[in-house]
Design a protein around this ligand. Sequence first.
Ligand SMILES: *Cc1c(COP(=O)(O)O)cnc(C)c1O
Length: 395
Amino acid sequence: MTPLSWLDDQLTHLEEADLRRALPTPIGKQGAIVTIAGRPLINFASNDYLSLAAEPRLIEAATEACQHVGVGRGASPLVMGRADIHQCLERRLATWEQTESALLFPSGFAANVGTIPALVDREDAVFGDAKNHASIIDGCRLSRAQKHIYPHADMNALHRQLLEGAHFRRRLIVSDTLFSMDGDLAPLAELARLAQRHQAMLMVDEAHASGLFGAQGRGAVEYLLAETPHLKDHVHIRVGTLSKALGTAGGYVCGSHRLIDWLANRARSYVFSTAQPASISAAALTALTIIEQEPERRQTVLKQAAHLRKRLQTQGWDTGRSCSQIVPIMIGSPATTLRVALALREQGLLVPGIRPPSVPPGESLLRLSLCYHHTPAMLDRLADTMLSLRHLGVR
Ligand SMILES: *Cc1c(COP(=O)(O)O)cnc(C)c1O
């Protein structure tokens, strides 16, 4: 026995419940095809939705910036780690999101766990969707504010909770805009109306929607509030990540000058973490240009996703409420999910089986994410294989 012996028991428990994960290690570049253990697989597991992670123009921008400013930044942005290219990217992000200001964080996770505790404290209340991303949940926990979790997208429940929570000093509503497992959009107009009505702050996380939704690809705020632009004023805090559709790494928060000024002073994951490598910021700037100039990338991904959803539904699979490039196939038990994922892999298709704790018990699913470099032939192959596996996924 050693003080760490308990880990053996715990890992065995995970194994027995089909919940133990191994870390796949692909060789080479991120893309529609990845090579794992010497075997090329069609990749439905990546959030690189616009196929920018290995885009030559991004690689060139990063390489060039590296030559000029080196690799690491040496300190927190508050001390001296901030480079002019960070400032340039922050201004560009603010313009893109049509807000006054923006702040770069080391990751999207860091943006959420830093921002929420900077906004609410013990005397306050936070209201969150039950399907919010783990980083939002952790941010809420760290804040020590009183937590109110409303059932997924249930605006009546949120309304009731806001009425009950009216006595708190400050109130913060927080939600993903595009939910990462179900691929459905939040009722954003209703969230904004409730925030207005109850004088609550509203924070949304655009991690999976940026680059894909909206006429200019700015995200779900642009897409869902196109007809009601006045409601945008009630979306006070917008979080995004550079690590998904933008193909790079890092998180950001957009909002008013005052908000960004406060976060730069008070968000602990900003203050106490080294600034992002400038090469990454350079690549992200290039990604933004590509998103502006090549709308066909997002249009293609969303169109192919709609087509795939329809085919899977025709075969009898349940794709839930998905309306995006994220297409879940609802299975239920972790064991069956794992079985279907393994069968797909044997056919050369990489599809992650999502099991607890990423989803609630009994709601395991296969999560397909589509990217710009998926060809119609690749999607056909997936659909054909799913048809042949219909007998495995009883539901
Ligand atoms: C992926 C994700 C994050 C974390 O972003 P990273 O940049 O990968 O740390 C935050 N929020 C949501 C909703 C996400 O899906």
